[in-house]
Design a protein around this ligand. Structure first.
Ligand SMILES: [Zn+2]
Ligand SMILES: [Zn+2]
Length: 263
């Protein structure tokens, strides 16, 4: 499975999960033209089998209706998020899932898990039968359940939103600082560090997502994650606000097998 991060951060989030036969978009923070341009640039067909929305904030759902119409792709959201989205054109096929209900799109299996945010939000574990990815952004804290949910994934996409000191000393209004740092806000570099330290040995690639432009710097997020992952042989990436950033989620055994061929 390949993972293509098209956009990440408060200006828009969009990630495509690509298996042999299936192309699934999670979050619709870019429009149809940007999506098609980026997919073509990396040699993929500009098509989608489905769109999954993690939660109803504008940076995740902004272009959902337009993309669903243009790509003729069904729009999946949890029951609560679907209610928050409100009415959509009848030409869009809507599907809902329970907050912990497994569902399938083509050959991909998705497992949602509710995570704490100031909107109904889910983490997703996505598998194509051989490789698996975990996606967790827009969460105020890491729960024990989430840790279990992403345990053993080949590729982890994890929020590393802000540096706690930069947020505290930054220009945001006090209520906004409280919201972001709160239990239903966003994950700090230090919180991401704590989760990454406890990551099992199977995970071989980590990407940091949803970095704040105002309250973080890519090098700070990277330093914290590198410290947590030191000596573990994990490839670390920091998603830029605009991609595409292409990642490979092949299982570790396969990757090693490939290397062995050339040793
Ligand atoms: Zn967001
Ligand atoms: Zn959000």
């Amino acid at each position: 499975m390949r993972v293509v991060i098209l956009a990440s951060g408060s200006e828009g989030n969009a990630t495509v999960f690509v298996s042999r036969t299936t192309q699934l978009l999670v979050d619709a923070g870019v429009g149809p033209r940007v999506l098609a341009g980026m997919l073509k640039a990396i040699g993929l067909e500009p098509r989608l089998d489905a769109i999954v929305i993690t939660h109803a904030h504008a940076d995740h759902v902004g272009h959902a209706a337009k993309l669903a119409r243009k790509c003729r792709a069904p729009l999946f959201a949890s029951e609560e998020t679907s209610r928050e989205l409100g009415p959509l054109s009848s030409s869009i096929a809507r599907r809902t899932f329970g907050p912990r209900e497994r569902f399938g799109v083509g050959e991909l299996e998705l497992r949602p898990l509710p995570i704490p945010h100031d909107a109904a939000q889910v983490s997703l574990r996505i598998s194509d039968g051989s490789a698996s990815c975990g996606l967790a952004t827009d969460l105020g804290e890491v729960t024990a359940e989430l840790e279990e949910h992403v345990a053993g994934v080949d590729l982890l996409l994890l929020e590393s939103n802000h540096d706690e000191k930069m947020l505290a000393e930054g220009p945001y209004a006090p209520f906004l600082k409280e919201r972001i740092a709160g239990a239903k806000g966003h994950l700090s570099n230090a919180q991401a560090h704590a989760l990454l330290r406890r990551l099992g040995p199977r995970t071989k690639t980590v990407a940091l997502l949803h970095l704040s432009r105002t309250n973080n710097r890519p090098e700070l997020a990277r330093e914290a994650a590198e410290d947590a992952l030191r000596g573990r042989g994990v490839a670390l990436h920091v998603a830029p606000p605009r991609g595409p950033l292409v990642l490979d989620a092949a299982p570790r055994e396969v990757a090693r097998g490939r290397l062995d061929l050339f040793d």
